[in-house]
Design a protein around this ligand. Sequence first.
Ligand SMILES: [Zn+2]
Length: 65
Amino acid sequence: MRFQIRSYADTVALESHCIICDNFMTVGLDLLDYRKKIMNSDFGIINLACPVCGMNDSLYLVEVL
Ligand SMILES: [Zn+2]
């Protein structure tokens, strides 16, 4: 994922973990969406829908790559 988005200056690669299917994966998120989600989160924790199992808010972003 990091290699795929290297030419997109407005996209950030994030390491994430799904608590339902227990998979670690890398996701790309628009930088402005990432900033908005961080600003609106309580403790800097962002939840997204998992692309593997499809559950809403099960994908926790662990760190920025
Ligand atoms: Zn999942």
